[in-house]
Ligand binder design. Structure first.
Ligand code: SAH
Ligand code: SF4
Ligand code: F3S
Length: 505
């Protein structure tokens, strides 16, 4: 494993100007080239995480604020960092103005995600000028990018700490160094094969919980930065995952979401056993917790055993997020998704057959290099054929260091925007139609809280992941109740509390 303070990656000098020499500090820069290397090195499972005695009180009387920009994985990392900071006696605050320590947990997936962070750093500058003792840190996926780190070091001197996704467990030492040395601290390990098991967590809420089942991604889709920012695929041992899910169940959680960038690759890195996601789900379904979800699936690795297990139902919910990305096989090939349109359709058909009431959601990219109108039409026709319940649609954004970034980004922005709009119109029409099918049925809703728009209304999700709003007493929050659906919109269903004895769809 790389150690902080060790010799920086050797190809560093080939990158843009290196600002490390400006700072006498721990400097471990990221290297996209190193991040790409996937060795066969042993995955170490570290189980002895603890905050050093001398750091346990370092945050006494101080408050922290973490802003999260990324996916569920990032949100969950925020929960871990909140846990570590709490172990250092920091107190959480929701008011950034009263924070002594601010962390921006960033996302690098598209350029606009990055721009938001640079914008926020601009807003934070006056706070730092007014209060030089304020510590500001940038972590998450952006800090894994060399160009971002260099930019931060060059133009954002309000940033005291930059640390990567593999360095979260080093937070106590990083904060200590930032406080006491008053130097900027940069610690970003590029390659990581480790799993740190016993990290503390302060979870958001006590109804739904996230559980990592694996880290990293080895798929290297040509447009995607994640394999570089999150390291190689490594699976947690089933017994550790099962224990964490049991722990959540014992503590009254109603739902767990198993997390990984490509959960269908779960277990492929085990050398001592043949054990995959299907096997894991088959064990987790026996745990007494009402709902179990998982995300994100990759169509290439979605195997028959998993479908068989999911079809057993019970607490395994009938919702599958299955990103297709595109409807044309040539573009899928350029994306290195390693499946064709036909394979995807066959898989979706197989899942629908095994789980007839399954709801499907997906991710779609428009405007990938060289995408023609005809190829885009293939995406539209695939969407119509599968009838996704909902989808996240994105305009392609070139990411430095990825293979696609070397292709000419030759679809004009206006065309990309137009395709996105046309795609969304089709998606929305299908979503509305799918939601209307729920009219006059009774569904089970896990009540998660008050509706964002109206505190008199409660809001939650069905097992199929539909948002349902209804009027009801607050004590229902955290419970699964029956709701009679009376109205269906594109994004939400609404209805009235139904009799406990009502039959559900
Ligand atoms: N691991 C998941 C999703 C990761 S990122 C998967 O494999 O599906 C979430 C979504 O962001 C992706 O599914 C993709 O649709 C989108 N995305 C990733 N890189 C992108 C890029 N460079 N430009 C636009 N969208 C991108
Ligand atoms: Fe990115 Fe592809 Fe990995 Fe998903 S599977 S995280 S899209 S490289
Ligand atoms: Fe973004 Fe990193 Fe997640 S790039 S989508 S926060 S894995």
């Amino acid at each position: 494993m790389n150690q902080p303070g060790s010799t920086p990656a050797k190809d560093k000098e080939k990158t843009t100007k290196d600002y490390a020499s400006y700072f006498q500090t721990t400097y471990q820069p990221p290297s996209l080239k190193d991040a790409k290397k996937r060795g066969k090195e042993q995955i170490n499972i570290v189980k002895d995480f603890a905050v050093d005695e001398d750091l346990k009180k370092i945050g006494a009387g101080k408050k922290f604020y973490i802003r999260t920009y990324g996916c569920q994985m990032n949100e969950h990392d925020t929960e871990v960092m909140a846990g570590i900071l709490s172990d250092m006696s920091y107190e959480a605050t929701t008011d950034i103005m009263e924070a002594d320590l601010i962390l921006l947990n960033t996302c690098a997936i598209r350029e606009n995600a990055e721009n938001k962070v640079f914008g926020e750093l601009g807003h934070l500058k006056p706070m730092k000028v007014e209060n030089p003792d304020l510590l500001i840190g940038v972590c998450g996926c952006m800090s894994q990018e060399e160009s971002v780190v260099n930019k931060l070091l060059k133009t954002y001197d309000q940033v005291d700490m930059i640390f990567g996704t593999h360095n979260i467990h080093r937070l106590p030492q990083i904060v200590k160094e930032a406080y006491f040395s008053k130097e900027r601290v940069v610690e970003v390990w590029s390659k990581e094969g480790d799993i740190v098991e016993n990290l503390p967590r302060v979870r958001k809420g006590n109804i739904k919980g996230w559980v990592n089942i694996m880290y990293g991604c080895d798929k290297f889709c040509t447009y995607c930065i994640v394999p570089y920012t999150r390291g190689k695929e490594r699976s947690r041992r089933p017994e550790d995952i099962i224990e964490e899910v049991r722990h959540l169940a014992r503590n009254g959680y109603q739902e767990v979401t198993l997390l990984g960038q490509n959960v269908n690759a779960y277990g492929k890195d085990f050398e001592d056993m043949e054990y995959g996601l299907g096997d894991l789900m088959d064990e987790i379904r026996k745990i007494d917790i009402p709902r179990v979800r998982f995300t994100t699936s990759h169509p290439r690795d979605f195997d028959d055993h998993l479908i068989e297990v999911l079809a057993k139902g019970g607490n395994l919910v009938e919702h599958i997020h299955l990103p297709v990305q595109h409807g044309n096989s040539d573009i899928l090939k350029l994306m290195a998704r390693k499946y064709t349109r036909e394979h995807f359709l066959e898989l979706a058909g197989k899942i629908k057959k095994a789980i007839p009431n399954a709801s499907f959601t997906t991710d779609i990219i428009v405007g990938f290099p060289n995408e023609t109108e005809e190829q885009f039409q293939d995406t539209l026709s695939l969407v119509k054929e599968v009838e996704f319940d909902a989808a996240y649609s994105f305009i392609y954004s070139p990411r430095e260091g990825t293979p696609a970034a070397k292709m000419k980004d030759n679809v004009p922005l206006e065309v990309k925007k137009d395709r996105l709009q046309r795609l969304n119109a089709v998606l929305n029409e299908i979503s509305l139609r799918k939601n209307q099918a729920y009219l006059d049925t009774v569904v089970e809703v896990l009540v998660e809280g008050e509706s964002k728009k109206n505190p008199d209304v409660l809001s939650g999700h069905t097992a199929s992941n539909k948002v349902v709003n209804f009027r009801g007493p607050k004590h229902l929050i955290g419970k699964i109740v029956k709701v009679h659906i009376t109205d269906a919109k594109t994004w939400t269903l609404s209805g009235d509390l139904a009799d406990e004895k009502a039959g559900v769809v």
